[in-house]
Each structure stands twice: as structure tokens, then as C-alpha cells.
Design a protein. Sequence first.
Length: 276
Amino acid sequence: MSQLNSEYIHNLLQQPPQLIKHVTRRLNERNRRQSIFPGGGIDWQGASAVLLLLGRHPQKRRRSGEPCLILNKRSVKVRQPGDLCCPGGRVNPRLDAALAALLKLPMLHLSRWPHWRHWRKTRPHDAKRLRLLLATGVRESIEEMRLNPFGLDILGPLPAQSLVMFQRVIYPMAVWIPRQKRFYPNWEVEKIIYIPLRDLLNPAGYARYQLRFDAQSRAEGVSTYPCFRYEKEVLWGATYRITTVFLDYVFGFVPPDLNSLPEIHGSLSRSYLSNN
């Protein structure tokens, strides 16, 4: 997909209502051409759902009101400590089915999404799966950061991402938070990170991540990953892939070629995967 005109992107980032319409339209166009459930089904035992949260920057100074990606930084009490991630977790079919039924009620998320009726009419089985995945993402976000479940605007689903290390598949849903300005992380989350979309669209923020794994870990050795640097944080892995797919679909932005990027170094201990 070709990148949008820089002036047009600048204007979108200055006008959140227009940005929301643009994102919703672009994701819907892509989802009409390409299924988010390749193969026609989901292995619910290995399925997780996350919310790609977008909203305004809460700071009162330089970044105030600027559209941002809102991420959790994982605490030392969970696996993958220090990683930036979208709020979410494993699907609980029984528990999430009850919440999914509520999402159909008038004035809740799905009824406000302009494309929900089309999904229900033309892809009823996918619509049912999508509703359950959204319920999982909402439930987990309430637990992790006290997200207001009534204050979300659905933008659209994104393609699934596979986690090889954990044998899981992540199903992301992009949403906009119009009003909530404060979050209250639980024990799983060290802090909330706001990354302006403007920064994510700047090629200078991307790098080649040389990551050394502890000799006693399951993934011993050195591996190279694309990443994005923001202040002292590094965005990489599945959340990086979800984010860059979103940027491509919505803005036509693709990060620079990996071999052309500056190199940064990091290391992971054996506790990264086991939390021991």
C-alpha cells in the first residue's frame, strides 16, 4: 500500500475525529478484501485477544491531546518483564461468552461500530468469533489497567500474529478511547506508555535489535529483530508487528529495511520466559 501524503497525515493527526473516520474506513477496506481468520477457524485453546489502544496524550504540556498508541509495560512479576504490549490475554470461552452477549446491547461497542451490521449479515460466523475476541480484550484490559468498558469506539480488527515461543495466536482489535485520561495498572503492569503516532511514523525511530538470550534459556544465542525506540523504551516482537501492520494499513507507512537501520543491543535472562 502506498504511503499517504505527509500533509494529509499531518492534518489527520491534528483532527482526531477525522483520524477515527479514516482509520475505521481503511481497516474496513482491508478486511473486506482479506479475512482475519485464515483457514476459517480458531484454536481457542491457543488463542489470545488484545486491544490496540489509541487515544489522546494526557500530558498538559508538549504532547497534550496528540493521538497516541497506548501500551502496557509488563512488570517483573510476569513473564516477558519490561516488554511493551497491548492489553489482553487468553480467551476464556465460557466467561467471555457472557460478556460477548452484553456487547450486542444498544449503545455498547458493537452497536456503535458502523461496520458491525455488515459483518453480521455477510460473515455471521466471523462476527461471532470477533465478538468473543473483543470480549476477551475488554475483560483483560479492565483487569490490567482499569479500562472503562463503556468508553471505547471500535475501529476494526487486525490480522492475527503467531507467538512461536508460547505457541499462541494473538487476535488484535484497534479501538479509540475518546475520554479516559487516567489508567490504574494492576500488578501485571509496571506503567502505561504513550507513544505518539507522529513518532511511530518517523523512520528515524526504528532500529535493528541485537538481542542476546541467556545460555540457560530456551532460546539460547543472539537474534536480530526490527524494533522501535521511544525515549528509554524498546518496542519489538509481536506488539511491534501488530503496530507496524496497523501503520501500513492505515497510513501506508512501512519501516526502513532492517539492514539499513542502526544497531542497538539488549539481553534477556532465563527468567524472561519462565518468571522464575
